[in-house]
Design a binder for this molecule. Sequence first.
Ligand SMILES: O=C(O)C(=O)C[C@]1(C(=O)O)C=C[C@@H](O)C=C1
Length: 369
Amino acid sequence: MNLEALRMRLSALDRQLVSLIAERQALSRQVAEVKRSAGRGTRDFKRERDVIMQAREAATSLDVSPALVESVMRLLIRGSLTAQERLRVAAGGRGNGRTALVIGGHGKMGRWFSDFLTSQGYGVTVADPNPEASSNPQAHAYIADWREHSLDVDLIVVATPLKIANEVLLELAQRRPRGTIFDLGSLKTPLRQGIQALQSAGCQATSVHPMFGPDTELLSGRHVIFIDLGCQAAIDEAQALFASTMAERIVMSLDEHDRLIAYVLGLSHALNIAFFTALAGSGEAAPRLAQLSSTTYDAQVEVAGKVAAESPELYFEIQSLNDYGRESLQALRAAVEQLWSAVSTNDAARFARLMQRGREYLAGRVREA
Ligand SMILES: O=C(O)C(=O)C[C@]1(C(=O)O)C=C[C@@H](O)C=C1
């Protein structure tokens, strides 16, 4: 058979594969329905393991790489979970007849949240000075300035950049709206004033930090943090929005949040910024490096590339506005200093101790992917 004929056979097989995937997805939606009426959760880790083991066995008997088949199965299960989670959120119908205002709803997380609320049946109004950028213009009502809104809604989500969010919370506190109010800030200490004003005004307020980016489709394995501001009704209301998702929900205090975020976001961003700054400053070496690769280097470059593409304004806020931010940046300096002194004094034992300590620390916290 010539190349052309072989490629035609491959294309025909690919079409069959795609229609089998469609059939699998349709079946998995039926499974979702059955599990929901039986009151069972969406994710079933034991079943996933069985599905993967069966596929690996079948691969072995057909002389196909079990690793290849396992990765395909994992993608398919992920596809099932995404579709099933969406169905559940929609069927949860929390928003039926309820209304929400998303201030800053045309920003990245604002758009994610507006769509999330719409999928639950909320009537969503987006307030944003930028008229463009709606992900779904038919689905949401739009107003440029939230100050012109009556605020007579069940839910107000503040999704503006951090610098503006504090002002918005202060102004909201003055108007004392009836609905539940929360912001989506990556840091909470810069919002302390606004949050306290909401508390003293007797508003039903909490503060939420979705620990995922705006491109996230599946919430399994993701975390959402809720800040306890002393109003349990607000926490319940905000948590209920995620009840039909697979996201893990965590409640903590405002200070604990920022202390932890200084490491989770602050340190990991800082490390990547240091990495690409060092590479970019490596002069002659930089273009040559692009032609080489190693597993660790490639993985690190991929993460660093994502960090470099993020908003400098947001990333600067995360470094500079956190009351606890200096602590993690200093920890990074101290760590580089320890590495430097082990290497520059040719102290192999000290270097090995650094590696050993890291291995022990990481072994204690590795989770299943
Ligand atoms: O068997 C189920 O319960 C499914 O929902 C299907 C499926 C799959 O795609 O195979 C998807 C998610 C579950 O966690 C386990 C398996």
